[in-house]
Write a protein that binds this ligand. Sequence first.
Ligand SMILES: *Cc1c(COP(=O)(O)O)cnc(C)c1O
Length: 380
Amino acid sequence: MTAAIYPIDLQTQYGRIQRDLDSRVQAVFAHGKFILGPEVAQFETEIAALCNARHAVGLASGHTALVIGLWAAGVGPGDKVYVPAFSYCATAGAVTAIGAVPVFVDVDPRTFLMDPTALARAILEVEQTDPDSSRAIMPVDLFGLAADYSAINAIARQHGLIVVADAAQGLGATRDGRPVGALADVTATSFFPTKPLGAAGDGGCLLTNDAAIAERARSMRTHGQDTGDERQMRPGLTGRLDTLQAAVLLAKLPIFRDEIARREAVARTYDAALEAAVTVPARPNGATSAWAQYAVLTSRRDDVLAALRAAEVPARVFYRYPLPEHPEFAAKGITPRPLTTAPWLSERVLNLPMHPYVSDDQIAYVSDTIREALGVSQRA
Ligand SMILES: *Cc1c(COP(=O)(O)O)cnc(C)c1O
């Protein structure tokens, strides 16, 4: 068989940037400014430029970026925040963490993304029972595909809502030619090591064109204090991006676009090998993906998963439960009407190894294993 297949290969990536990364990390130890050192400001400048956003605020994690993004956007306890019903638990977890109420909106069966029609319907339903409680919409760029921001932003404007995007998986994607980070009022992203742009530990960032929101976020990452004033002025926490993580991220930025292009090539090779056997990811017009995940659909998901595991392929299932089925959200969130698509996807979704360094041999091995498990002998 081929060399061991990893869910993500950070060793090969390290080999490409080792000299630069090591010297940047050593520089941090030499100057000793571990909290908000110069690398943090430099990284903020570079990531803002990459995303066409006016302001970037480096934060401790994706969760911190979502919490601070909601707070800085004026969302508070009891406010309703519309989230897709199919996502990682941290999306709705940030909403309940600040005492706000997640409203679960069904998703599109081909893109996994929040369905704008279902969103509009959910807002009208909530407004009938609980007028003036809706405050924000949190689209998710699931698996790296940019959400339908133009449709969602139009609905937000119509109802006076703010859009706080969960782009934890979406950095590097575009929609209608514009990068994720410039598509919502506030964008929160994560640098967890397995995300498209990963640190060597936890990290995150908030992107916005709104100077007041950026200013509040800077205060909130330091306990809600303002510079020069020792009083806590607003909600806050220990939420800063570490200088060491900023140094690591600065070393990874120069190869980021190349890595996204390699992920795109891996996805196309998978598509060709698998489209006769399973439903391969959709590519909606005007949207590009950062390919945080490569997710296929099959009604025999658990059989295929067992075959892949037996063949030592690290396949995963993201996500086995729609968000309203997590006890935390069942207790604290609302689902305006029964969901159909999110549970259907949870039974069929299967995530294959995806990173910039998956080889053609490895893709062939994974695909052959899947076709064999499904009894599909021919390639398309
Ligand atoms: C990873 C992830 C988060 C949380 O990011 P952390 O950096 O782990 O806190 C939030 N939402 C989504 C969709 C994610 O994939």
